[in-house]
Design a protein around this ligand. Structure first.
Ligand SMILES: Nc1nc2c(ncn2[C@@H]2O[C@H](COP(=O)(O)OP(=O)(O)OP(=O)(O)O)[C@@H](O)[C@H]2O)c(=O)[nH]1
Ligand SMILES: [Mg+2]
Length: 587
């Protein structure tokens, strides 16, 4: 390629790279905002990986060598660099991340806990940093943890597996984790010197290749090598041995296939894929949470419906009960009107003069059992209010209990954790507790007594007799007092003063006054009872609404936030995927 053409390509690549990088930065920025909506529910490790990935966008290319302990990772790097700069050994050896980078003078420095930077003048390090990692599946579990944690930072992973135990089950497990971050993986099948027969070598290579393809979905590059032979070949300047070591292909891959363009592409893909992994993970989480919240909304609606039904039912069932009371009063009114028709007559003038007698007759013939019947009816209404109220609390309590059980079941399946699920659980628990307490502490008798007292007070009848008496006694006193007024004393004085012709007028007046009294009584009772029913409904609704208010608020706020987070994550995922397609496509 002519020099001018090469320069132009590089320039073009540079501009394109800058533009892609800027777009990626912006997308990752937006993703950061979306993740921010999860607050402390974003796992600390995820956040760290995400931030590292964003920083990595402008840092050096990281070629990470990973694999099980003793597979020859350190030996591989030493052979590649042509010098033994990393310790090798038959037991788990590498115990920290070794970042090998170019330096004119060799040297080393700890730059993070468990991250040692080594400088070396090898030419290949001018284009890439090579990272040696502690082996996985070793008895020292922290080793694997260090490597697992470092994987998200890699731009390309060389996975070293050993020819004497190729592609083990534990390797498959670790590879899955690497793949989950969207990393490109190239396989190094090391120690092929252990297999003398070319047929065996081919068989092992095919075995690795097939299993890797099954795992990754596409056939990866598998390079069969012997780090030991490569090292010896370099020492002895032995071309044949070098050829046999397979390292020629490794160098060719690293220098030519992994040219600058490819490195830029992988470099851009690394933070992108980390972002994509997290966007998907938290999008799923948002969906899961919204699903739970939808159930919460249903729970709240159900409680609202129960309350509305309670309200309606109370008013509906109350009318016939009032009707029964009205009927008792109407029957008494008819008896009273007949009584006056019969008694207020000239022929019975003598009886009329005896107000005590007429009062007794009135009590017997007109009032009769009515006060007691009404008293019973009011008592029944009060009992009914008390029962219905208790039933409402019981229903709500039982409903919430059922929801709890369902929730425990779903809790075992779902993966929703963190402060979200903690708060949600606590709120629902508190409603359950409040309703159980309400049911447990509900005292029917005292509730009924309180209501009866209120009805009596509100009916205004305590004016006629002392407090603490039954409603019936109060009623009798009210009615009999009235009749005595109308008939006895009043009539006597009127007669004495004005003569007999007033009798029909008096009768009319007595009947009208009696009807008024009964109507008044009916109204007072109606009003007092109606007020109690409405009061009971309002109080129950208020108490229940009060105890579910924090839960309701939580659900609404969370729904808003999660809807927004979900939308943002969907957009971020979409943007990142489109950018990935662009980066991956040919220039
Ligand atoms: N036969 C053979 N032995 C090798 C080869 N490469 C490495 N070894 C040996 O395998 C053992 C482990 O090599 P290391 O390079 O320390 O392996 P590692 O993967 O870095 O091990 P950890 O750091 O413990 O994860 C050493 O005894 C090496 O001499 C090879 O190509 N052929
Ligand atoms: Mg090692």
């Amino acid at each position: 390629m002519a020099l001018g053409l090469l320069r132009r390509r590089n320039r073009l690549l540079g501009e394109r790279e800058l533009e892609l990088r800027a777009r990626e930065r912006e997308l990752l920025e937006r993703l950061a905002t979306a993740l921010g909506r999860f607050g402390t529910d974003v796992e600390a490790d995820d956040l760290r990986h995400f931030n590292q990935a964003r920083e990595a966008l402008s840092s050096f290319f990281l070629l990470v060598i990973a694999g099980e302990f003793n597979s020859g990772k350190s030996s591989f790097i030493n052979a590649l660099l042509g010098e033994k700069i990393l310790p090798e050994g038959v037991t788990p050896t590498t115990d920290r991340i070794n970042l090998v980078r170019h330096g004119d003078e060799p040297g080393e420095e700890m730059i993070e806990a468990y991250l040692l930077e080594r400088r070396h003048p090898a030419e290949i390090l001018r284009d890439l940093n090579i990272v040696d990692t502690p082996g996985t599946n070793a008895v020292i579990r922290e080793h694997e943890e260090l490597t697992r944690d470092f994987v998200p930072r890699s731009d390309l992973v060389l996975f070293v597996t050993s020819a004497d135990r190729p592609f083990t089950e534990s390797e498959r497990g670790f590879l899955e984790q690497i793949r989950a971050w969207g990393k490109k993986i190239v396989f190094i099948l090391n120690k092929i010197d252990l297999l003398q027969d070319p047929l065996d070598r081919r068989q092992v290579t095919t075995f690795v290749s097939e299993n890797a393809e099954r795992l990754l979905g596409e056939a990866p590059l598998v390079l069969a090598v012997s780090a030991r032979q490569a090292k010896e070949a370099r020492e002895q300047n032995n071309d044949a041995l070098w050829k046999g070591s397979g390292f020629g292909a490794v160098e060719d891959y690293l220098l030519n296939t992994l040219d600058q363009e490819e490195r830029v592409r992988l470099k851009l893909l690394n933070p992108l894929n980390v972002g994509l992994t997290l966007a998907r993970k938290y999008k799923e989480s948002a969906f899961d949470r919204l699903k739970l919240l939808a159930e919460d909304v249903a729970t709240l609606q159900n409680i609202d419906t129960q309350l509305a039904a309670f309200h309606q039912e109370m008013l509906r069932d109350f009318e016939p009960r009032l009707g029964r009371m009205d009927a008792l009063l109407s029957e008494m009114e008819v008896r009273g009107l007949n009584f006056f028709d019969e008694r207020i007559r000239f022929s019975r003038i003598r009886e009329l003069m005896n107000s005590e007698q007429i009062r007794r007759d009135f009590e017997r013939d007109v009032v009769g059992d009515t006060p007691r019947d009404i008293d019973d009816e009011v008592g029944r209404i009060i009992d009914w209010i008390v029962e219905r109220n208790l039933k409402l609390w019981q229903d709500i309590s039982a409903y919430i209990d059922r929801r709890q059980i369902a929730r425990h079941r779903e809790g075992m399946i779902g993966e929703v954790t963190g402060t979200f699920s903690y708060n949600r659980q606590a709120l629902l628990d508190s409603i359950g507790r409040a309703s159980r307490e309400a049911v447990g502490s509900y005292n029917r008798e005292s509730e009924a007594r309180k209501l009866a007292e209120e009805v009596r007070g509100a009916s205004g009848m305590t004016v006629f007799a002392g407090a603490g008496m039954g409603l019936g006694v109060l009623m009798t006193a009210l009615l009999s007092g009235a009749v005595a007024d109308i008939t006895g004393v009043v009539l006597a004085t009127t007669l004495a003063a004005t003569g007999l012709y007033v009798i029909p007028a008096r009768r009319r007046q007595a009947k009208a006054e009696f009807s008024t009294k009964v109507a008044e009584l009916r109204n007072r009772l109606r009003e007092a009872l109606t007020r109690q029913v409405h009061g009971a409904v309002a109080q129950s609704s208020e108490r229940i609404n009060e105890s579910i208010a924090p839960y309701r608020r939580f659900v609404l706020v969370q729904q808003d936030q999660l809807n927004e987070a979900r939308d943002e994550l969907v957009t971020a995922e979409d943007g990142l995927m489109r950018l990935r397609t662009e980066i991956e496509s040919k220039r």
